[in-house]
Design a protein around this ligand. Structure first.
Ligand SMILES: [Zn+2]
Length: 337
């Protein structure tokens, strides 16, 4: 197997190591670094990276990665797992999506050695981790006060990426065009295939999102031959389905919100999704669905300004099949207590 070097540290086959990638220090003269956990199997196989908190307030992925690296399931790993639980360490420290220079790390790739804080961080992550991997899973959540139904976003026009997305085993897949400056764009340029997992809400742990993320990642590792196939097949098989498209329903008034529909609900065109009222409780308007679809993202805070995005709807050819699979997902991953 090729030698693997990360930030000047060599990791040999059969080794498990924790490495710090040094970053720019804080103005308090405190050193900063990106923590990396590497596990190399004795036997050869692909290299997969797992990354979380590229947006520093998106915390579910940190827990997903922690559960995976401490799981017995990966004891007999083939190939290499590079786990980066907190990419944007400055954002995590500030409980903020952004870096202290207000930039979005996921719009700062490929970055540069001598650029802004965001550019340097993007450069280090891309060159020390992403470029050394064959595949990657990047964990995200909805923004602050917004929740996402578990979903995979990836370049599904690429057959190998589509197969990875299907292996993850959650109901909703979105084909997403690469956006300039994103990690996925730069990963594609260096030949690394990446899935983006979106689930739950910023600054919160969501148990369903975490469990589905852990299981999905293990399934991807099995698909890649990094882990042996599991023999037990207790739960119903979740069939992933690609959305035709998706779109946002926005508030048509400013006011207080009472939601009538929730994450994972199917809605028909014209269905009332929420009522918006003024501060005295007078109903101003109903927010209505403009098409039949499934709610895959939703604002949680019951206050809106006119024009704000309230519901993210995904449109499917056969929504009944998707609803059935969302039910299987809830049965498998929702905590029972
Ligand atoms: Zn994000």
């Amino acid at each position: 197997m090729d030698p693997l070097l990360i930030a000047g540290h060599e990791i040999k086959p059969g080794e498990e190591k924790r490495i710090e990638i040094p970053m720019v220090p804080l103005y308090t003269d405190t050193t900063m670094s990106i923590p990396v956990h590497v596990k190399r199997g004795k036997r050869p196989g692909p290299t997969l990276f797992l990354s979380a908190a590229i947006h520093g307030d998106e915390l579910n992925g940190i827990e997903i990665i922690n559960r995976i690296i401490n799981s017995k399931a990966i004891a007999k790993l083939k190939g290499t797992l590079i786990a980066v639980p907190m990419v944007n360490v400055y954002g995590v420290l500030n409980q903020s999506r952004y870096l202290p220079d207000r930039r979005d790390l996921n719009r700062s790739f490929p970055g540069s050695k001598r650029g802004s804080l965001a550019a340097r961080m993007a450069y280090a992550f891309l060159n020390e981790i992403v470029a050394k991997a064959d595949y990657g899973i990047d964990f995200h959540t909805g923004a602050i006060h917004r929740s996402n139904l578990p979903q995979i976003r990836a370049n599904l026009d690429d057959a190998e990426t589509l197969a990875l997305a299907e292996a993850f085993g959650i109901p909703v897949l979105l084909n997403s065009n690469l956006r300039d400056g994103s990690l996925r764009q730069s990963a594609a340029d260096v030949g690394t295939k990446v899935l983006l997992y979106e689930a739950g809400e910023a600054l919160r742990f969501d148990e369903l999102a975490i469990r589905a993320g852990v299981k999905g990642s293990i399934k991807v590792m099995r698909h890649l031959g990094m882990l042996n196939k599991s023999r037990s097949r207790s739960s119903k098989k979740i069939e992933p389905i690609i959305a035709r498209n998706s779109g946002w329903i926005r508030a048509n008034e400013s006011g207080l919100v009472n939601h009538h529909k929730h994450l994972g609900d199917y809605v028909e065109k014209g269905d009332a999704l929420a009522t918006i009222s003024n501060p005295y409780g007078l109903k101003l308007d109903e927010v209505k669905s403009n098409a039949a679809g499934i709610i895959i993202g939703k604002q949680n805070i019951p206050l809106v300004q006119e024009g704000e995005a309230m519901y993210h709807l995904a449109y499917f050819k056969e929504p009944d099949d998707v609803m059935e699979n969302i039910e299987y997902m809830n049965e498998e991953f929702l905590p029972k207590d």
